[in-house]
Design a protein around this ligand. Sequence first.
Ligand SMILES: [Zn+2]
Length: 417
Amino acid sequence: MPVQTSPTENRAAPARSGNPHGPRRGIYAAHAQRYRDAGWRYVLALPAGEKTPPMRGFTGAARVAPSGADIAEMAAWRPNGNLAIGAENDVEVDGRRWDVVFLDVDHYAKDGVMRRGGDTVAAIEAAVGATFPPTWSITSRGPGISGKFAGRIPAGTTLVTSLPGVELIQRHHRYAVAPPSRNPHDDGRPFLWRRGARPAAGNHGVEAEPGVIPRPSDIPEWPPELVAALTSDRPRIDPVEVSLSERREWWDSLAPAPICAVVRNRLVVALDVLQRGQRSRFDSTRNATLALLRAGERGHHGVREAIGELRRAYIRAVATSRAGGRTHGLHPDAARAEFGRMLRPEALGLVLADPTPEERAVCTCAEGLLRILLSDVHGPDWVHGQFGIGPVGPLLRDVLDPAVRDYFTGLDAEWSR
Ligand SMILES: [Zn+2]
């Protein structure tokens, strides 16, 4: 069921969503949490009346879902900003996992050129023998073929990014500027949700009631034939063969602790998923493990330690029942074996099949830059000795400036825990 909440809930002054003359409360500030409550996790603030740029880190293949604190920060920073939602991933419907994407159809004159996305859609439907189902769509242009038409596809499917007059908004590609944001390419008119809409003539559905936001799980499934037709034909990368001894050698070559910012961020997200006891623990932990291996391949620091921490947390989480530690939990040996599967040589083979150029495989986090600096002063062997075996010696504290000294004091505390 879509969420029907009043945007004025708990507030005396009404925020008139969809009012072209301007709501009293900023668009992002008034609506971001409402989208989050409806299950959209990637709720981004854009400049007022604009489609770009979003805040960094919440878009693209390596995106992280903004936390409640991030949303509050964006609301303070861009209260009047337009609001965008990223494509959703790992939405559970009927016991299966799905991604929610948008078919973005342009079917109007743009810069004097007629964009005929509707013709592209009709051609695909005719070729495949299936049609896009009536669905929720976003448009500022009223009833018509143009709009962003939501669809649900099997989780992890990668679609083509664009066709003539059509783009596929998906987890790694773009986001959807969402109601009641203003469309700068349509004289600032507000985007609105429509329901029961198809990207075809005469199938435009009806405008949704003000304040209604569909849940990702409300979005209808696309027919498999259409998903197959739109699936990216970019060849999948085959893993290179990695033997157990090659894996050990690679593992030993990773930059040691302290864990750098990039690795820490990925680890924190993965630990958070485990703590919240979501059913997707295996998938999310496996994805985190792959991301950590990739971070190690890119020269980031502390990947071994981070994977060790993740392993302990995973085993603890799955070996403990959701219902108070009594039943349902995996035997710890089985949990260890599960985690072991995530670290199979094939996983590393997948990372090594798409190698990062050597000149770009450098940790430029604070921790990495510091190590480069120390290497210049003392030589790499000294640095390796210091970082490899434990806390930094007193000599360094005398040499470096106070800020850096504070940093090391913190590390000492971390290591001695
Ligand atoms: Zn790093």
